[in-house]
Design a protein around this ligand. Structure first.
Ligand SMILES: [Zn+2]
Length: 303
């Protein structure tokens, strides 16, 4: 159980890698929990150290709709009757989990949808529970809690609803899934966007923050974050080069490319293969746009 103390009133409960995430906790005269995807036991441990309980939580704030970031939101709401705040894009998907599934590409009838639901229910249990947001915080707006200002910073690409959350007084940014993990950027849904993701990373780079807080690194606070973000940005180009090499090597379809996975080299779950496919599709689109490959009647070739 690991907790990173950022300041007297700001803490990160380390969840670490998917299917958990790091959870930011403001422990002041109000208690705010951002992205409750860490273990509930770890969160309870932190609160008890301060003489508080889970039922004392005042508000849960969400950075985006991914199950590993919203896992315990409904559970905490049931326990504490806390407010649930999210940005204007995330909120309707949190309120209606069928819409959430569609937003993530798992439309009714999609072959992988039941397997993805199993994965969520086994490893992020609670993420699909019914619950309603009580507050909407739009891009650029500030959410005040316990004397702390949390400002929403629209950073799409990972998903169209992804927002980083700025801790204004601390001049820190909870960067959520601009996470700087070695895995690299994740854009494994049909509505993810490589160009938007790159723009968002540059926006964070230029933010002038004292540090950024990763949603998944086990050492979550990165003060010298520029080199890490530059390396993170490079991963897009490296992956795209591998996709181009695959087409040059004779791959004619997305399925031909993912026979030798580029992004998940050791696939253990068919759901991840779907994510790999969607990510490769984004790179194929990008290569077509750059004029490096062609697609004719569904068949890829080198331009
Ligand atoms: Zn995410």
């Amino acid at each position: 159980m690991k907790i990173k103390r950022i300041s007297d009133e700001v803490h990160v409960v380390i969840g670490g890698f998917f299917p958990l995430c790091n959870t930011l906790v403001i422990l002041s005269d109000e208690i705010a929990v951002v992205d409750p995807g860490c273990s509930v036991e770890s969160l309870r441990f932190l609160l008890r150290k301060e003489g508080k309980e889970l039922r004392d939580i005042d508000v849960v704030l969400l950075s985006h709709i991914h199950p590993d970031h919203i896992t315990h939101a409904a559970r905490l709401n049931r326990l504490s009757r806390c407010r649930v705040a999210a940005n204007e894009i995330t909120a309707p998907f949190f309120d209606d989990k069928e819409q959430m599934k569609r937003f993530l590409g798992f439309t009714p009838g999609h072959l992988i949808r039941p397997l993805w639901e199993d994965l969520v229910n086994e490893r992020m249990y609670g993420a699909l529970d019914d619950c309603k947001t009580t507050n909407i915080v739009k891009d650029g707006e500030t959410f005040l809690v316990g004397g702390h200002s949390l400002k929403m910073r629209y950073t799409p690409g990972h998903l169209p609803d992804h927002m980083c959350i700025e801790l204004v007084e601390e001049n820190l940014l909870f960067a959520s899934d601009i996470d700087l993990t070695e895995f690299g950027p994740f854009y494994g849904h049909p509505n993810s966007s490589i160009p938007e993701f790159k723009e968002s990373i540059k926006k964070v780079m230029d933010g002038g923050y004292r540090g950024i807080i990763s949603g998944h690194l086990k050492e979550p606070l990165i003060e010298d974050y520029e080199p890490g973000l530059r390396a993170y940005l490079k991963q897009f180009d490296m992956r795209e080069e591998f996709v181009l090499l695959a087409v040059r090597g004779g791959a004619k379809t997305i399925n031909d490319i993912v026979v030798n996975p580029i992004i998940y080299p050791s696939l253990t779950n068919v759901v991840y293969l779907q994510f790999e496919k969607w990510m490769i599709e984004h790179h194929v689109d990008s290569l077509i746009e750059r004029g490096l490959i062609w697609k004719h009647k569904g068949v890829l070739s080198v331009a």
